[in-house]
Design a binder for this molecule. Structure first.
Ligand SMILES: Nc1ncnc2c1ncn2[C@@H]1O[C@H](COP(=O)(O)OP(=O)(O)O)[C@@H](O)[C@H]1O
Ligand SMILES: [Mg+2]
Length: 264
């Protein structure tokens, strides 16, 4: 049985996609089988994994197939494999922008991703990770949250870092229909942390005060290596986890170990 993790928060540029990729690579490094799913029409995750338009079906077609009940492709046809990262993924493209009307047409429009990813085919993966778009109040994100076992919230170590967390938790609580959302949380991971700034330390302290054990103990440092790794024009793009001496990679590996229940 796979564990489904959504990486989500209604803030852009906070490291959602960087986190989804590196946590995926970290879990894979720990010997887990991982499927990354790009739910953002910008398709950054897909491009960082080396995907180019290949005329094979992508996530929008997978959703359309589920809603329309017209099966045009087998599940395995949606999956690509990144040799460099040793990761399986389902790419997204701009067609995902039109998916809201399709989702809205479904009688149970919040459960479309659940119906897809709870299918036996996907059970061979230990982890399925959704890289969500920057939104919370939209049908694609609510679908992702509905079918997630855990939510991972990246929090950028900067002013206004808190913005969006209470709303995100409120939405998730409503979707999960629970009084206790904690079991459904993977935690809050501080990204772009600069130990030398007062602001970064204030964010870390305040977050720990509010959310305690839910905060990953090792923040992800803010370093140029992360920026380079996600520059999709660059030949060195990709995850940092497998690169020796990468401090960003080490922080993500520590987070992946915690997720996998291994000693850090
Ligand atoms: N730890 C980090 N240090 C420096 N830059 C980072 C770090 N993590 C992410 N970035 C950069 O921040 C930008 C936004 O990250 P991204 O993962 O695309 O955020 P989101 O998916 O939330 O929009 C990217 O240019 C990325 O390279
Ligand atoms: Mg993103």
């Amino acid at each position: 049985m796979s564990q489904i993790i959504s990486v989500a928060i209604e803030k852009g540029g906070v490291g959602k996609t960087t986190t989804a990729l590196n946590i995926g690579a970290g879990l894979q490094t720990l010997g887990r089988k991982v499927l990354l799913v790009d739910l953002d029409q910008q398709g950054h995750l897909s491009r960082w994994l080396g995907w180019h338009e290949d005329r094979q079906p992508a996530i929008s077609e997978l959703i359309y197939q589920e809603v329309s009940k017209i099966k045009t492709a087998e599940y395995k046809q949606f999956i690509r494999h990144s040799e460099r990262e040793q990761l399986d993924y389902i790419p997204s493209n701009k067609m995902l922008g039109g998916i809201y009307a399709v989702l809205g047409a479904d009688g149970e429009s919040n459960t479309v991703l659940c119906r897809i990813f709870h299918h036996d085919f996907f059970k061979s993966y230990d982890y399925i990770i959704f890289d969500c778009p920057t939104a919370v109040d939209n049908l694609l994100v609510s679908n992702a949250l509905q079918c997630s076992d855990k939510l991972l919230i990246p929090v950028q170590a900067e002013k206004f870092a808190y913005d969006g967390i209470p709303l995100m938790l409120q939405r998730y609580t409503a979707i999960k229909r629970t009084n206790n959302i904690v079991p459904y949380l993977s935690g809050m991971l501080i990204t772009m942390y600069n130990a030398r700034t007062i602001m970064s330390n204030e964010v870390l302290d305040a977050l720990k005060k509010s959310y305690g054990q839910l905060v990953f103990p090792k923040p992800v440092p803010m370093l140029q290596e992360a920026r380079n790794s996600t520059d999709d024009e660059s030949s060195i793009c990709g995850s940092l986890v497998r690169r020796k001496n990468s401090r960003v990679g080490q922080a993500y590996l520590a987070a992946a170990k915690r997720i996998a229940g291994e000693a850090v």
